[in-house]
Design a protein around this ligand. Structure first.
Ligand SMILES: CC(=O)[C@@H](O)[C@H](O)COP(=O)(O)O
Ligand SMILES: NCC(=O)COP(=O)(O)O
Length: 250
């Protein structure tokens, strides 16, 4: 099983929004990274539209509805908090995957997964709201071995494990004592629970190979911040190639 690479275009949209001239273009970048071999595109349209705007969602949906060769086999993943507005959006656009995150509207970024004990009913309600999309539904979870079975019992199709703590601990003593073992245990628990596992947040060219070694059952990594920064330096084609080399070597 080869882990799929889904490129998150939030930061391309963030840069685009600084001027009124429309570039860098989100759709053009999506086509470029897919032609370079990425397996999918992820976006996270936040309520304040700080980066991905509603127009981007429709433009990317139109791209994925096309018969362009780079679209064949590629997946469109939309992340967000399951509000009524978000549900209406994904139920209209019908992406391949929807990833539910517990973020408050003004959250700086996604820094935690769902707490199934205190917010399980909220997540179950959100899951019901987005089921009409027909998409595979994933929930963002913390690196906690108890989380995958709770997600499966709630009826989710996949989990996406938050890798921000793993990335933050990289190079510190806490990495080997806490962050890495917690991630590996969560991946093993997902396997044991029979629920597919995605991963994301602050993965990059430095830490991805180690992560995949600890989580060999990871079906998809969604990467945005680092890959965009690296592409500013290396270009998209070379950057995507380097990620695919790491994935294929895992
Ligand atoms: C869920 C997750 O960790 C990221 O996909 C998130 O979308 C990042 O959001 P920002 O790009 O707004 O920081
Ligand atoms: N789900 C994680 C994602 O889509 C991108 O997160 P990041 O690489 O921007 O931190």
């Amino acid at each position: 099983m080869t882990t799929k690479l889904s490129v998150n275009l939030n930061k391309v949209a963030l840069l685009r929004n600084q001027r009124d001239n429309g570039y860098p273009c989100v759709v053009t970048t999506a086509r470029r990274v897919l032609r370079a071999g990425a397996h999918g595109i992820t976006i996270h349209p936040r309520p304040d539209q700080r980066h991905i705007r509603l127009g981007d969602v429709d433009d990317l949906a139109a791209l994925f509805a096309s018969d362009l060769p780079e679209i064949i086999g590629a997946e469109f993943n939309i992340e967000g908090y399951p509000s009524e507005d978000f549900a209406a959006l994904v139920n209209r656009v019908r992406p391949h995957q929807v990833t539910l995150v517990p973020d408050a509207p003004g959250a700086r970024t996604s820094e935690e997964g769902w707490d199934f004990d205190s917010r399980g009913e909220e997540l179950a309600h959100g899951l019901a709201l987005v089921r009409p999309s027909g998409a595979r539904i994933a929930a963002f979870i913390n690196p906690d071995p108890a989380a995958p079975s709770k997600a499966r019992r709630l009826g989710l199709d996949r989990v996406e494990v938050y890798t921000g703590l793993y990335a933050m601990a990289w190079g510190t003593p806490a990495f080997d004592t806490t962050a890495a073992p917690h991630l590996a245990a969560t991946a093993a628990a997902a396997e044991a629970a029979g629920i597919g596992m995605n991963a994301g947040h602050d993965l990059n060219l430095v830490n991805l190979g180690d992560f995949l070694h600890r989580a060999p059952n990871c079906l998809e990594v969604s990467i945005g911040h680092a890959i965009t920064a690296e592409a500013l330096d290396l270009g998209w084609d070379e950057t995507v190639r380097r990620y695919l080399d790491i994935i294929n070597a895992a």
